[in-house]
Design a protein around this ligand. Sequence first.
Ligand code: NAD
Length: 366
Amino acid sequence: PAWEKQVRISAAPRRPNGLSVLVTGAAGFVGSHCSLALKKRGDGVLGLDNFNSYYDVSLKRSRQSLLNRHRVFIVEADINDAKLLAKLFDIAPLSHVLHLAAQAGVRYALQNPLSYIQSNIAGFVSLLETCKSVNPQPRIVWASSSSVYGLNSKTPFSEHDTTDQPASLYAATKKSGEEIAHTYNHIYGLSLTALRFFTVYGPWGRPDMAYYFFTKDILNGKDITVYKTSDGEEVARDFTFIDDVVKGCLGALDTAEKSTGSGGRKRGPAQLRVYNLGNTAPVTVGRLVGILEELLGVKAKKRVVKMPRNGDVPFTHANVSLAYRDFGYKPTTDLGSGLKKFVKWYVGYYGVQSRAKRGSDQSAEE
Ligand code: NAD
């Protein structure tokens, strides 16, 4: 069938010793960026996504069109479909999996808790079950999250810090994923690398994230809500620009160790790796709003309220020395420059004109 041919072509590397990577969640924010970056350097990329309606599906379709133009094919399927996954490994010589498909977001768990279990736990197991039986086993790099640090108050967060206080069901499923991975590594010798992303932002981002809907609401003159902790402190995040995260993902794929298989002698912790991918420079949400106001040329209508117990944590801050040591990860984009790129994309994508732009156009005419 035609789709099998597309799978083969898309997954074939174009450079000597190139990787052949299955990217799950390829129509998502991080997945689309990583797929493009891999393709551009000559690796084979096969995408997979179920195009669920957690947020605007047309944004996922636009990312898909972009990937299609760069000859990345996305199979429309759920990671729980183990039969289909096995078939993909049959058809294409996939050497690596970059697993980014998940039910993301912290607050949506209050409305739809089961979707987190289905994608982040059952779906992850379905993928691992498939990978353990493939010969040779693919190396797996997957997205965990900074949320696993939960209400941990020791900062910056290091990989060996405790993760026993998840503040949301999302965090609990990400932490469970890490534990499940440990088991698959131990029993089957699967090569597994967890990347704990810290609040990733940038062009083609996720509409459910604050920087994105703040931009929309500020442009539309709507109120925005900024949280303070019960001690009156401002909520702060280690906002990490997408290009930095992409470099981290590719670095982790390039340095992932070979699987040993269940018969292998070298088994155990050496192949289960966990890394923070953050920016190492937390910024308050108040400051984030300030930067957006400057970039958009519009004053925000800000409401500051006490943080409800909705699963959010008050503060995140990554120590990334382990990722630096093992694959040279070094974030290079500060929040101001990253948001500038996001706003430029946002204005272009939605065809809106920010007041700043209108203002400068006007003064140019005058
Ligand atoms: P995203 O929602 O844009 O991307 C996830 C994609 O996976 C979506 O396109 C969705 O349709 C797809 N998907 C979801 N469930 C699926 C399933 N069962 N089968 C097949 N496809 C499915 O999110 P993102 O921001 O790109 O996040 C990518 C990964 O990084 C996720 O695992 C997320 O939990 C993790 N993460 C993201 C951030 C961040 O700030 N963006 C922070 C920490 C962790």
